[in-house]
Ligand binder design. Structure first.
Ligand code: IDP
Ligand code: MG
Length: 168
C-alpha cells in the first residue's frame, strides 16, 4: 500500500509538479522533409531525452498555416511564408520534457540560419531565412495553441517512457 502511494506520488511529482510534462510543437518544414532531415532532427530530440507524444506527416492547408502564423500576418513575407509551408508535406510533432519549449528553441538556433551557431539544427542544415527547415513554438502558451491547432486530443499519446528515471 505504501509502495503504491509512493509510486503514484513519484509519478505525480515527476510530471505535474516538476514541469516534466511541458510540451512543445515542432515541425519539420517542407524543405526539411525534401532534404531528408526528418530522421536527423527526430534523432536529436530523442537523444536529448525528450519524449515523443505525437508525430504525423501532413500537407497543411493554407487556412491552417494562416492561423498558425496569425501573429505574422502583417509582415511583408507572410504570403511567401504560407506558400513555402504549403509547398509539400510537413512532419508535425509534439515533444514533452522539462523546459522543452526553451530548450527546443536553443536546439533550433536563430530564425536566420546565418545567425545560428554550428551545432544547432538551423546552424548545421540551412542557409536562408526563407528555407530554415524547422519550426518550434516560442512560448508555453504558443505551444498549447499550436498543439491544439495541429493535433486532435486522441493523437497525443500517453505512454510510459522506460528511460525517464535515467533522465530525471
Ligand atoms: P521562428 O520560426 O524562429 O519563430 P518567426 O519570426 O516566428 O521565426 O518567423 C516564422 C518564419 O517566417 C521563420 O521561421 C521563417 O521561415 C519565416 N521568416 C521570418 N523572417 C523572414 C524574412 O525576413 N523573410 C522570409 N521569411 C522569413
Ligand atoms: Mg515563431
Amino acid at each position: 500500500m505504501i509502495c503504491l502511494f509512493l509510486s503514484i506520488f513519484s509519478y505525480f511529482f515527476q510530471t505535474a509538479l516538476t514541469g516534466v510534462s511541458e510540451r512543445t510543437f515542432i515541425a519539420v518544414k517542407p524543405d526539411g522533409v525534401q532534404r531528408k532531415l526528418v530522421g536527423e532532427i527526430t534523432h536529436r530530440f530523442e537523444k536529448k531525452g525528450f519524449k515523443l507524444v505525437a508525430l504525423k506527416l501532413t500537407q497543411a492547408s493554407e487556412d491552417l498555416l494562416k492561423e498558425h502564423y496569425w501573429d505574422l500576418r502583417s509582415k511583408p513575407f507572410f504570403t511567401e511564408l504560407v506558400s513555402y509551408m504549403n509547398s509539400g508535406p510537413i512532419v508535425a510533432m509534439v515533444w514533452e520534457g522539462l523546459d522543452v519549449v526553451k530548450t527546443a528553441r536553443k536546439m533550433l538556433g536563430e530564425t536566420n540560419p546565418a545567425d545560428s551557431l554550428p551545432g544547432t539544427i538551423r546552424g548545421d542544415y540551412c542557409v536562408e531565412v526563407g528555407r530554415n527547415v524547422i519550426h518550434g513554438s516560442d512560448s508555453v502558451l504558443s505551444a498549447q495553441r499550436e498543439i491544439s491547432l495541429w493535433f486532435r486530443d486522441n493523437e497525443l499519446h500517453c505512454w510510459e517512457d522506460s528511460s525517464s528515471r535515467w533522465i530525471y
